[in-house]
Write a protein that binds this ligand. Structure first.
Ligand code: G6P
Length: 475
């Protein structure tokens, strides 16, 4: 039994099984994993996650009770849940990623989707089963009075389910995405929306990345559940229980990130990139190819910038990293193809014998993207809507003299908005002009803004963010 438990769909490691039956473990990235690695030695921690691949499932079957503590994994103890693949697929792809994620990001193309029919009801049933599997495992593993930190939109029902099983434990839920206002949230069937909200309200503490998402959540609780909301005290009372609402603006660990970005593999990518682009200015973007990242409009903005500012031809290169994501969903495959088409159009229109205006990278390559950050003159982060966007926070740490063009709809804009060039993500012309302004920003101004951006980006590194979650359950 453990006294601190973390639950998330994706765990800190993944396993692959080779043809000759050898299991290999790979540690994932992300703020939560690196934050926990720093504190794992000090707390009695268990991480509960889902087995996502055949390799993960093999690892679970080899481990008694799915506990992978002995598997060479060093960030506390780990338990992977082997959820039947069909249930997992409906819960993860159909409900979490195609429904709740779309609602939170307000991304539906409403004339065609969503479509809440009998099939959705089956998928919703699987989402419940998947959440129940987490609640059950947490109930089994939590020591008396343990603190349990449940992560994200995959696990909105787990807090109330766990509360039903184990009234003694203290539960926090954290949303890493935006939250939609009630007018949009209520496109979910009424009972489904109510179940999501009361599921999260099973927690003692519900955390969000910004004030804006926290207050949208409170508005939904009031409008959909008729819950009593005290905005000054930041509490929601529903069915006799009170949940505290917190804002914890996750940032980056500047020293750690900088140290990683100074390693030889990054330096050699820097040398290769420098050689390829010569002394041209560099506009960089780094995203997973998620529908919310607005990569196609970002490329359109770069194209319009080239059209309206021919003086830059031959003197600027756009380096765009667009890593494939969620290719099980057709919308994502189509989006990746659209990004590639847009890039090709720019090449066709502007490339010359000795100038490549755009380099698109669709292979996941962490050291190469760190090298790009370090060389950037401009970092473009223009999501339609984003919980936080850590790229906007990593940039100022790694390239103190680059200018940041940032969507006003990214959570990070709340902290970085004063020193970034803020854009409306739908306004392609406005974004094109911001790219130009960023390129011509005087050196002194870039450095001054960069210093303030860096301070804001590193204000709450993952370890401190995690400590805040735990502290919220102690009081
Ligand atoms: C997006 C969301 C995060 C979420 C993540 C999961 O980035 O904004 O809140 O945790 O996706 O990604 P995955 O690859 O595990 O589906």
């Amino acid at each position: 039994m453990n006294s601190v438990l973390v639950a998330s769909n994706r765990g800190p490691v993944s396993f692959t099984l080779s043809e000759d039956g050898v299991l290999t473990m790979r540690r994932g990235g992300g703020g939560l994993v690196s934050g926990l690695a720093d504190v794992a030695g000090e707390i009695d921690l268990l991480w509960v996650c889902a087995a996502l691949s055949d390799g993960d499932r093999s690892a679970v079957r080899l481990a008694p009770g799915g506990r992978l503590d002995q598997a060479g994994y060093d960030t506390g103890a780990l338990r992977m849940l082997d959820i039947p693949p069909a249930v997992f697929h409906r819960a993860y792809n159909a409900v979490a990623n195609s429904t709740l994620w779309f609602v939170n990001h307000m991304l539906y193309n409403t004339p065609q989707v969503p479509h809440f029919d009998i099939r959705f009801r089956r998928e919703w049933g699987s989402y419940r089963d998947y959440n129940a599997a987490f609640a059950l495992a947490l109930a089994e593993e939590a020591g008396p009075g343990a603190r349990v930190l449940v992560q994200d939109y995959h696990l909105t029902l787990t807090p109330s389910m766990l509360r039903g099983e184990r009234p003694d434990v203290r539960i926090a839920h954290f949303s890493h995405t935006p939250w939609a206002p009630p007018e949009y949230f209520s496109l979910l069937p009424e009972d489904v929306g109510a179940e999501v909200l009361s599921g999260i309200l099973g927690a003692d503490h519900a955390g969000f990345l910004t004030e804006r998402w926290a207050s949208a959540f409170m508005d939904c609780c009031e409008a959909v559940l008729g819950a009593r909301v005290d905005r000054a005290a930041r509490t929601v009372t529903h069915e006799g229980r009170t949940t505290r609402i917190g804002v914890h603006a996750l940032g980056v660990d500047g020293d750690k990130l900088w140290a990683r970005a100074c390693e030889p593999d990054v330096e050699s990518h820097m040398a290769a990139l420098r050689e390829r682009i010569g002394d041209a200015k560099l506009v960089v973007r780094i995203d997973r190819t998620e529908l919310s990242k607005n990569i196609v409009r970002g490329l359109a903005a770069y194209r319009e910038f080239l059209a309206t500012h021919p003086e830059w031809h031959g003197r600027v290169v756009h380096l765009a990293f667009a890593y494939p994501s969620r290719h099980d969903l057709p919308e994502y495959r189509e989006y990746t193809a659209a990004v590639q088409r847009s890039a090709q159009e720019i090449e066709d229109e502007y490339a010359t014998e000795d100038w490549d205006p755009l380099i698109l990278n669709v292979q996941d390559d962490y050291p190469r993207s760190l090298a790009a950050y370090r060389l950037a003159d401009v970092l473009l982060v223009n999501p339609i809507r984003d919980g936080m966007n850590l790229v906007a926070k990593e940039g100022p740490v790694l390239s103190p003299r680059s200018a940041l063009v940032l969507s006003r709809e990214a959570g990070a804009a709340a902290e970085l908005g004063r020193d970034a060039l803020l854009v409306n993500p739908y306004d392609v012309s406005g974004t094109a002009e911001a790219i130009h302004q960023a390129l011509i920003m005087p050196e002194k101004e870039r450095i001054e803004r960069g210093e303030r951006l860096r301070a804001a980006a590193t204000a709450l590194p993952p370890t401190a963010w995690f400590a805040e979650q735990l502290a919220a359950l102690t009081s």
